[in-house]
Design a protein around this ligand. Sequence first.
Ligand code: XMP
Length: 507
Amino acid sequence: MNELVLVLDFGGQYKELIARTVRGLSVYSEIRPGNTVVDEIKNLKPIGIIMTGGPNSVYLPNSFKCDPGIFKLGIPILGICYGMQLMCQIFGGDVRPCKKGEFGRVKASLKTDSVLFAGIHEKNTVLMSHTDFVSKLPDGFVSIAATADCPHAACESSSQKFYGVQFHPEVEHTDGGRKMIEHFLYDVCGAKGDYRLDDYIDTQVRQIRQKVGYQKVLLALSGGVDSSVCAGLLTKAIPGQVTCIFVDHGFMRKNEGDEIERVFSSRKLNFIRVNAQRRFLSKIKGVTDPERKRKIIGDEFARVFEEEAGKLGSIPFMVQGTIYPDVIESGGKLGSTIKSHHNVGGLPENLAFAEVIEPLSGLFKDEVRILGKKLGLPASLTERQPFPGPGLAIRIMGEVTQEKLEVVRMADFIMCEEMGKLKRKPQQYFAVYTGTCSVGVKGDDRTYDAVIALRAVTTSDFMTGEYTPLSHKVLSRIASRITSEISSVSRVVYDITSKPPATVEWE
Ligand code: XMP
């Protein structure tokens, strides 16, 4: 069992980043709700606790609270932003609204004799995002950092091993932030650093072998990172016992289906490609509503998968590429459905399997990519951009036809080829068939052809994102290639909307 650092979540947007940073420093971490009761925490035997930030004000009656018993466990605790304020409030300090909130990169003076800041520059830049502050520290705590507007930008009670930072050490914008977390883990919690992804592979291989024995397993392979890495892991654990069904719905990007087939049919697994392109296209013929498109494609996927699985006879185990953020989020979210996400590879509900195995359910996305590399998968699969389950069908506004699919597929290919030449790439980029036509001129002829939109977003979590200000040089190279290489496109536009108010995909 690995040593564990528990991340207690108070609703902050960076909880996953905190847990991921801790793991990146070779210490295993898990996220639990901020109000997890102390007995449950005790049973997990963490070597340290990190309390996250959050959107509330600690002095409001309904704000998130923690079990105060955690401070009696003798375990080191680091409170970040809201976490620091809550800790200070519980010990009798005072938290108030700021006269002037601090947002963005702010200059801070650090007391570098604190173990948290050892070796970090005394004049430092930190990321602040707060409208409340600790106006009075509790007895026994001392201030170890200040900014112009925040007298206690960090505090400690070193004898109790309690630390608080008003700023966010987990984000890149805080200089030396990772080092601060490293100090907390190694110099305060005394971590051994025993978490390695290689061990994860070994443990999973052992567990899969134990569970499956000589029986067979079925995997719905979409070619996305998660299901591909699952396939890699299964071939290592139980070669010869795995059947992968890859349903090609015809909405994949250029060459994608063939690449998936090439990689997996050469491995020790029974790879079945179902060419269902016509079937899917006819199902969504005439459909223009985005949600209906998504639903029809999702349902049809389940049906095709079910039919194919049925032909194989009974297979007791189904493997799914669920990853840790899916587990965290499935705790139940409030709010309205902006769009119903469909994951090809999702389990049709009425399929009867004795058991579902989720070998990646403890990993973050970037860990899954690293694991894939370690398992020998090509970068074309492990570094794949996110791609929606319904594929290009939701990148064509309005009705989907074979002709439009070919146009958007080619435009997307050109964009990806040109973007591939850049040193720094945004997290996601693609072309959209806008469904609008516009007048153009090619040679001496008037044209009235399709308008293609380009989209590129910079984001850390895809929940929010900024449009990427690509250079005009890059944009015009892509536009000129699209209009000259695809005869039915007359115009290319660039989408400069961020999320919110827009979403990443157009449908
Ligand atoms: P939106 O459009 O909701 O997209 O801002 C956020 C991220 O999710 C991807 N996306 C999907 N992924 N199934 C998926 O697995 C889907 O149905 C789906 N729809 C959107 C999108 O590409 C972006 O990365």
